[in-house]
Design a protein around this ligand. Structure first.
Ligand code: DX5
Ligand code: ZN
Length: 228
């Protein structure tokens, strides 16, 4: 079973925040109970959308001391590690599919003194992670095809989350938590939790909640199943 010391974490993805009030959005998310701020970086090549660069991470850094996790949906992430590290990221999470040299990329993130994440798309076999498991601090399993907020959760990814959790535990990597990203809501979160996820990335469910950011986070936290 997954490491009982993994407390559930809500990571607020600012992709759906009001960018006119970004600092305020970050502060409200953290006050509301988000332990991480998740920054979705897209390059228009690896995914069909273009979003934010290091200056946005700098702005988030000025707004909060919370963990800033930068999800790099960019080709050749090796080109962007230093700029995002220097902008104030705490963790860098590139995609396995985005570079020929993922091992080197993860080594470089570690050398920069940052937390090491690795993300995989819905269509990627989790066993491709085996050669790099010793290098990572968390694994982000995409539960939508990356590129946009507001997409529907893909339930067919759940068996992969479950299999990966079991696999990690069997190999002794109980300390590596699994994150899920895409379509996370109070309805889908419990399914991902029961499959072994402990870090829940959400944009729409938080920043488009009709009662506000804090209410969106409270609804997600309320949906976390009680431990047996
Ligand atoms: C998708 C991004 C996600 C996205 C989640 O490509 O990686 O972090 O912002 O958005 P929701 O929670 O709306 O599915
Ligand atoms: Zn993301």
């Amino acid at each position: 079973m997954s490491n009982p010391s993994h407390e559930a974490i809500i990571a607020a993805s600012i992709l759906s925040a009001d960018f006119g009030y970004l600092a305020d959005a970050c502060c409200r998310a953290v006050r509301g109970g988000a332990a991480w701020i998740h920054v979705d970086v897209m390059d228009g090549h690896f995914v069909p959308n273009l979003t934010m660069g290091p200056v946005v991470v700098e702005a988030c850094r000025r707004a909060t001391d919370a963990v800033l996790d930068v999800h790099l949906m960019v080709e050749e992430p090796e080109r962007w590690l230093e700029p995002f590290a220097h902008a104030g990221a705490d963790r860098l999470t590139p995609h396995l599919e985005a570079t020929r040299h993922i091992h080197r990329v993860l080594q470089r993130i570690r050398a920069l003194g940052k937390g090491v994440g690795i993300a995989i798309n819905p269509g990627t076999d989790h066993r491709l992670l085996d050669p790099i498991l010793s290098l990572v601090d968390h694994i982000l399993v995409m539960t939508v095809n990356p590129g946009f907020a507001g997409q529907a959760f893909l339930p067919e990814v759940l068996p992969k989350v479950r299999a990966l959790r079991t696999h990690l535990d069997e190999l002794g990597y109980t300390h590596i938590p699994l994150a899920v990203d895409g379509g996370i809501s109070p309805e889908t979160l419990p399914h991902a939790y029961r499959a072994g996820a402990r870090i829940f990335v959400a944009a729409s469910a938080i920043f488009h909640h009709p009662q506000g950011i804090e209410a969106g986070i409270a609804a997600l936290r309320h949906a976390i199943p009680n431990k047996p």
